[in-house]
Each structure stands twice: as structure tokens, then as C-alpha cells.
Write a protein that binds this ligand. Structure first.
Ligand code: CA
Ligand code: CA
Ligand code: CA
Length: 120
């Protein structure tokens, strides 16, 4: 079964929310280390707003040349080609902030199996 959290997990790893490399079996899943990094108030759960704030800040970090979009070059080594294709909805080879936000929120909802708006 392919994890639907693959894209966000890859992005989180790139943003410094390092997950243990040895967790091979959970590749593409959201790791505890990810959650810790994103859990700004340290209450043990990641709310949607904490997640969104973290990922919003992440966009700016990923946008190395500051042109407001993420090119394939900026995401190479972070996302697999097929993951990039998933985010790049209009297939123009660039990920806009809207495309990025839509995907990361989708990933949050997919990971939030209990549907209580928090990841823990
Ligand atoms: Ca929290
Ligand atoms: Ca850019
Ligand atoms: Ca696009």
C-alpha cells in the first residue's frame, strides 16, 4: 500500500523535520520526528493550523530563487518525479503556492484518520 502522505513526508524531511533513515518500512509515512518538529506548542498533537504555518514557512525555504514558485529543480532530490507531477496539477512544470497548499492540506486530511483535525 502506497502511503498517501508521501509528498508531505518528503517535504517535511527536506525542511529539517528529520525522520530516522532506518525507518525504511515506514518510508513515505509521517514519522514521529516530523510531528515533533511541527508541533509548535508541544502539546503532542499537530493541529491543522500548526501544520499549515509550518508548511507555509517551508514554501519560502524551498523556493531558493525566490520567484514565488517551486520549479522541478528546486524540488529535485526532495520529491520523486511522480510526486512532483501529483502536486503540479496543471502540469506546467512549476508548483505554485496554491498547488502546494492544496496538496499539503490534502495530505493532512489523509493522515488525520480520526478526523479530529489533529495528528498525533
Ligand atoms: Ca500542537
Ligand atoms: Ca522558485
Ligand atoms: Ca503548476
Amino acid at each position: 500500500m502506497k502511503s498517501r502522505f508521501g509528498v508531505a513526508a518528503a517535504l517535511l524531511s527536506a525542511l529539517g523535520a528529520a525522520a530516522p533513515v532506518s525507518a525504511k518500512t515506514a518510508a513515505g509515512a509521517l514519522h514521529e520526528a516530523h510531528l515533533k518538529a511541527v508541533d509548535a506548542d508541544g502539546n503532542g498533537a499537530v493541529s491543522k493550523s500548526e501544520y499549515r504555518t509550518y508548511m507555509d514557512a517551508g514554501f519560502a525555504k524551498l523556493d531558493k530563487n525566490g520567484d514565488g514558485v517551486l520549479g522541478a529543480d528546486e524540488l529535485s532530490g526532495i520529491l520523486a518525479v511522480e510526486q512532483f507531477a501529483v502536486i503540479d496539477v496543471d502540469k506546467n512544470g512549476r508548483v505554485t503556492r496554491a498547488e502546494y497548499t492544496e496538496q499539503v492540506l490534502k495530505d493532512f486530511d489523509a493522515a488525520d484518520r480520526s478526523k479530529d483535525g489533529e495528528l498525533k
